[in-house]
Design a protein around this ligand. Sequence first.
Ligand code: ADP
Length: 369
Amino acid sequence: MKIYPNLILEALRNVRYPGSGKDIVEEGMVEDNIRIDGNKVSFSLIFDRPNSPFIKSVVKAAETAILTYVGSEVEIQGNISVKMKEPVRTEPPKLLPDVKNIIAVSSGKGGVGKSTVAANLAVSLAQQGYKVGLLDADIYGPSMPKMFHMEDARPVAETVGDRELIIPEERYGVKLLSIGFFVDKDSAVVWRGSMASNAIRQLIADAQWGELDYFIIDFPPGTSDIHLTLIQSLGITGAIVVSTPQEVALADARKGISLFTGDKVNVPILGLVENMSWFTPAELPSNRYYLFGKEGVKRLAEQMDVPLLGQIPIVQSICEGGDAGEPVALNPESVTGLAFRSLAESVVKQVDWRNKHLPPTQKVEVTKQ
Ligand code: ADP
């Protein structure tokens, strides 16, 4: 029997992609490169990401469908190769040519621990030897001056070449600028959209950040136009969305995610962070009390097919560390330090993967079972 590409495609129409319920041909997962040599067939399947839980089962189902609908004499040459979809990336970061990765830390609403996560992530990455910058762009309540015990810092500007650049402060190995350094904390500042984005843009483009491995930006919560303006112009490597596990917070987290993945901007979601996952008394670290429900963010990550980067317990020391200006990540052996270290490691892994695989599509061979 002669085998045609169309026969293979027809057979593959019987395989449903569990992520959407559509068949894999309709879903655009079969690459237009079906090669046939006698009874030998080879082709590629395209997935969204390398750790998609569906890769093995879809590859297996595709093989079975071909053997069932085309004929058992078909030989699937080697393995069906698996490729990753090439996401559209925003323009590369021109504003900061010496910065390797820009990471946005965001949340759907305030009070979920976004700034705490951003601060501890930055410290943890610095502790692991990376060059780290942190910009507190939370115009509604800049908290980094307090979290880094730098309430009185007033960064200076220096002439570098023909430009006047703001020199970031430095603490715990992290270069730091906060919108809070430039406003009097007792006088309420009402930032209007464009004023706020201009101020933030200045702290990014007109500051001497130098070479950085990771530049972390603590965004204001929600989905304001400050986000859009900044995100569009920055070339962000990826976004991290922080949420607590209760239902009301999850609805906002969804909105937070869609901001980055919407039509206007297309920033990859590096993953979600579940903060306040459970309460653990410091003296009984293995006791877990799920005050806000169990694993809500973990489930959201599964539903939205994005990685869960970490789960951070509620521990009194996190709050105390924040208030005292000593982020808990400074003590990497503590329960909380470990949680942030593991979060930082997951972030590095996700970023490395993206840098390796984007923009060229990358082949990952999946062993036939
Ligand atoms: P956001 O930036 O989302 O508004 P913050 O990071 O300012 O939230 O956190 C709000 C408050 O909750 C702060 O007082 C902070 O110290 C505290 N907090 C955040 N995460 C934790 C945690 N995992 N355990 C204990 N306290 C926390």
